[in-house]
Design a protein around this ligand. Structure first.
Ligand code: CO
Length: 501
């Protein structure tokens, strides 16, 4: 029986919200798993995730759901409205869900769950032969999924679209070739300066975890992270999670011999959390209540970690406090600390890379995964391809595969098309910086601890819109143009000038 489109919409949204209240509990489970969960809980936790996933799948693919969706789509909601965009995202999710057979999804989950374990062993033993057959199987499954999803020019686009709606490999290639060329030139400058003795002093000492934690909490409060709507806990691979609008948690890690690592992990995750705290609360549970993409999310973490957190103005204010919390640092001047925080040099491992060389790590991964998915490279050729590309970009070859193609979990857990979002996050962050500087005196605000005016700019231009726009459109509205790598390279050029000239 046909229903009034408005009524169908309301019923659909009620269902979607209820589903989200159930699936958002997964966030709490993930947080628990990576912080305090007892070891023996792992087996049944896996079954719990699977049951939630199966339930969500059954709701979205139910005849009732699609019928409500179709009837709601007959409504005359104005284009770009909250209603229209909710329907847009729900249609997208529905189509992508039904296009891929459930068997294929389950086979991928089984294969990746098994592969993650094997990958850990292969990495530890530095033995590619252990994991290559499994990776081959994952690539085969992902290619098959891409065929089911459909694409216009290349299979890789179908997978990229999962993380970055609307983004295409061709566009990534354009942006990346610009970033690559500029970065290689800047890196040459940095290396020359380093050879002539411009190298930061290593910040050494013993930094008790409890004192680091006290400083982190202090810093979070001063910047504006609401500790009554979140927590800071410890983990090995830091992450941020939004369980509900009033529960946005972050995690970090503390190294007793490295004070910088923890500080920048916390600032990064805080950037994600500030975004999550700024998403429209009344839209929670609806598709428009989320961020539109991973790159936009990453732009917020990189903005706070790098643009704000690695600036001299930031540490002018915070360094005296960091020294007071960790008196070992009285042996190092503000400039020593700042230079160490902005150290740039080639490294083998992505997660240890600096702001400049980081993007080269991403570009390498993009080129390889695109070839793998498009069938232009076979998995057996991956170790050699990695090493020769690495040599081409950095001038050296990784001494081990552990520091080479085995370093990141992404491919072994089935994530292809994810890596480019990191560099797009950097691109957008630098673009936001350029734009925000037209409106406010950004660095004076940072020096004066006026984080509220920085945050309110981000809230107004980015956070408060949720997923009302596609990522490209959101960036255009916030900054006047779509993602443009020019601003990232200008920003990095200034950094290199500041520290290495
Ligand atoms: Co991040």
């Amino acid at each position: 029986m046909p229903m009034d489109p408005k009524k169908a919409y309301d019923e659909l949204v009620r269902k979607v919200r209820n589903l989200h209240y159930i699936t958002s509990v997964r966030g709490l489970m993930v947080w628990d798993q990576r912080t305090y969960m007892p070891k023996k809980a792992a087996k049944f936790r896996g079954l719990q995730y699977a049951a939630i996933a199966e339930y969500a799948h059954s709701v979205i693919t139910s005849p009732e759901f699609v019928s409500l969706l179709e009837q709601a789509e007959r409504g005359d909601f104005s284009p770009g409205s909250r209603e229209a965009m909710n329907l847009y995202w729900l249609r997208r999710t529905y189509n992508r869900t039904v296009k891929v057979p459930l068997d294929l999804r389950l086979e991928l989950i089984r294969t990746t769950t098994e592969t993650e374990v094997i990958w850990r062993e292969a990495k530890e033993k530095d033995d590619p032969s252990l994991v290559l057959p499994n990776l081959g199987e994952i690539v085969r499954l992902k290619r098959e999924i891409a065929e089911h999803l459909g694409y216009e020019t290349e299979p890789y686009d179908a997978l990229l679209d999962d993380y970055e709606p609307g983004l295409r490999a061709k566009r990534v290639e354009e942006v990346f070739s610009y970033v690559r060329e500029g970065t290689v030139a800047l890196l040459r400058k940095v290396m020359e300066a380093r050879e002539s003795g411009k190298v930061p002093k290593r910040i050494e000492g013993k930094f008790p975890v409890i004192d680091q934690r006290r400083f982190h909490i202090f810093m979070l409060r001063e910047i504006g992270y609401d500790l009554n709507a979140g927590r800071l806990d410890e983990t090995t691979h830091p992450f941020a999670v939004r369980i509900t609008p009033g529960d946005v948690r972050i995690t970090t890690r503390y190294k007793e011999d490295d004070v910088l690592d923890g500080v920048f992990s916390t600032l990064h995750e805080m950037g994600h959390a500030l975004y999550n705290m700024g998403l429209p609360e009344e839209w929670f549970g609806e598709p428009v209540g989320n961020a539109p993409s991973l790159a936009v999310h990453e732009s917020q973490s990189r903005f706070w970690e790098n643009v704000v957190g690695r600036s001299g103005e930031f540490w002018e204010g915070f360094y005296p406090f960091l020294q007071a919390f960790l008196p070992t640092l009285y042996d190092y001047s503000l400039e020593d600390f700042l230079f160490a925080a902005n150290d740039m040099k080639p490294s083998f491992v992505r997660i240890e890379a600096d702001e400049l060389t980081y993007n080269l790590h991403i570009i390498l991964r993009f080129e390889i995964e695109r070839n793998l998915i498009n069938g232009k490279m076979e998995v057996k050729d991956l170790p050699d391809a990695w090493n020769s590309k690495f040599k081409e970009m950095f001038g050296v070859e990784p001494p081990t595969h552990r520091e080479g193609f085995l370093q990141d979990i992404h491919w072994y857990s089935g994530s292809f098309g994810y890596f480019p979002t990191y560099t797009f996050g950097n691109v957008i962050a630098a673009q936001i910086r350029a734009k925000i500087m037209e409106d406010i005196d950004l660095y004076s605000a940072i020096r004066d601890w006026d984080f509220a005016s920085v945050l309110s700019w981000l809230r107004e231009r980015i956070h408060s819109h949720g997923a009302l726009y596609l990522p490209e459109e959101l960036v255009k509205r916030a900054t006047g143009e779509g993602p443009n790598p020019k601003y990232l390279m200008e920003y990095l050029r200034e950094k290199v000038e500041r520290f290495y000239s």
